[in-house]
Design a protein around this ligand. Structure first.
Ligand SMILES: Nc1nc2c(ncn2[C@@H]2O[C@H](COP(=O)(O)OP(=O)(O)OP(=O)(O)O)[C@@H](O)[C@H]2O)c(=O)[nH]1
Ligand SMILES: [Mg+2]
Length: 456
């Protein structure tokens, strides 16, 4: 986290814009200088940095802000878009038979990612073989074997064998009719000559379609040189950024992408097999810059709900820490009007990681039922859900024509939502950002209950 300098300095750039009295040519020049400094420090290639900041300057000065947007918002948007463009650097991983080689330093997440990737391809209907060519870490084969068993991939390895090239050759032969073959390789603390040689030789015998650098998102500035070294050795075609569930924002990825010209294909968001998400440049930059897509959320509310009052109220309540069943009901109403929960969840700050973990169809069906149940509640019950106990549960269930358990499920869901909203509302910085993004909202509109921890 401490090393995540790029995200921090980029956030500083945006703060400078927001804190300025007015946006003029001087400010834009200043800002683009700071942007340059931030990107150069993160080892983004000089040429790329200059291109980017030139475009930012030109667009910031010459393009008209969109209707209703201030100059500050305009400049912020231009920077945001140019950073996204820097990362939008190629296609996702192709869904076709292929050999994939994973490389990376110690503990970056290669072996775990091999299992996740295997799972990904198996879920897409491919047969997958895993090859354990890590001859360095003790028990590397066992780790891979366990992962393979979990996801249903065949695993080839030769515990005790020290020649990684030999294992690879044998493995490819043994697993030649698996559609996707994934090779896990050794790591080191630093990219040493013997490892480079080994990786080159493995690449020579396996001729992988993809050579993917597995990079811990905490790596920070070292990501550039690291990626460069691997790229020179074996030609990196893609990057998978792991441990994005932690506090690191993954600023180093920008350098890795910029130095190798490879694209990011996935991010790892946890230790479990399923914690692998396709990379989304927009969301990544939002996160790096410390903003959830609240602006997008309000936009969506305006266009799809037809009026934004409900959503503004909802946003206020989320931030105030006051979150009653009525609020949840309002939220559900707005959300179901907006069509898909998925879109919404992806836009809430701090919740983008949840997207693939939620069964959205089931949620949508549950929403409909919850609505019926809530229609049987009194106004007071919806405001103070804690009142709902014992005979009240039976009465509500009877009125809604559901089992009492379903009423209790609703209350459980409410309590979970409230907790989740509570976390958002306790983060002062986040609240400030949200207010800014919502534009024109008065900070005094927000109750401060959430801050001292006493609320909800
Ligand atoms: N939280 C979190 N942990 C992860 C993620 N990916 C990997 N890990 C953890 O990181 C640690 C190292 O992962 P490995 O897959 O063993 O890393 P490796 O690159 O194979 O390491 P070596 O074989 O020693 O070079 C393990 O404890 C993993 O569970 C992730 O996306 N999120
Ligand atoms: Mg490993």
């Amino acid at each position: 986290m401490a090393m995540d300098g790029l995200g921090k300095s980029l956030r500083g750039v945006l703060d400078k814009i927001n804190g300025s009295a007015s946006v003029d040519e001087n400010l834009i020049k200043d800002v683009s200088k700071e942007l340059q400094r931030a990107l150069l420090q993160a080892d983004v290639n000089v040429q790329l940095v200059l291109q980017l900041t030139n475009r930012v300057q030109e667009r910031a000065l010459n393009e008209k802000p969109a209707a209703g947007k201030t100059m500050k918002q305009h400049v912020t948007k231009v920077i945001y878009e140019e950073l996204v463009a820097l990362l939008k650097n190629g296609e996702p991983l192709a869904l076709k038979p292929q050999t994939i080689m994973l490389v990376g330093l110690y503990g970056q997440g290669k072996t775990t990612t091999a299992g996740k990737l295997a799972n990904y391809f198996i879920k897409k209907g491919f047969t997958v073989g895993l090859i354990g060519a890590d001859v360095y870490r003790p028990a590397a084969y066992d780790q891979l074997k366990q992962l393979g068993e979990k996801v249903g991939a065949d695993v080839y390895g030769e515990p005790g064998e020290k020649n990684a090239v030999k294992i690879t050759k044998h493995g490819l032969e043994k697993l030649k009719d698996r559609q996707v073959r994934i090779i896990d390789t050794s790591g080191r603390h630093a990219l040493e000559a013997d490892l480079i040689k080994e990786l080159e030789d493995i690449a020579d015998v396996s001729r992988p379609e993809e050579c993917i650098l597995v990079l811990d998102s905490q790596v920070g500035q070292q990501a550039g040189p690291q990626a460069d070294a691997f790229n020179k050795a074996v030609g990196v075609t893609g990057v998978i950024l792991t441990k994005m569930d932690g506090t690191a924002k993954g600023g180093g990825a920008l350098s890795a992408v910029a130095t190798t010209d490879a694209r990011i294909v996935f991010i790892g968001t946890g230790e479990h097999i399923r914690d692998l998400e396709p990379f989304d440049a927009d969301r990544f930059i939002s996160r790096l810059l410390g903003m959830g897509d609240l602006a997008g959320l309000v936009e969506l509310a305006k266009t799809e709900v037809g009026q934004s009052d409900d959503m503004e109220q909802l946003a206020k309540n989320i931030m105030s820490g006051r979150f009653t069943l009525t609020d949840m009901y309002q939220q559900m109403k707005a959300v179901s009007k907006m069509g898909t929960l998925k879109k919404l969840v992806g836009m809430l700050p701090g919740m983008s990681n949840m997207e693939d973990k939620i069964d959205f169809d089931a949620s949508q069906a549950r929403l409909a039922k919850y609505r019926v149940i809530m229609d049987s509640m009194t106004v007071q019950e919806k405001d103070e859900p804690n009142l709902i106990k014992g005979s009240r549960i039976d009465r509500i269930a009877g009125g809604a024509g559901v089992a009492p358990k379903e009423v209790r499920d609703l209350l459980k869901q409410y309590n979970q939502s409230r907790k989740m909203m509570g976390t958002v509302s306790k983060d002062r910085k986040m609240r400030k950002k949200m207010m800014k993004q919502l534009g024109g909202m008065n900070p005094d509109d927000f109750k401060d209950e959430g801050d001292d921890g006493t609320a909800s």
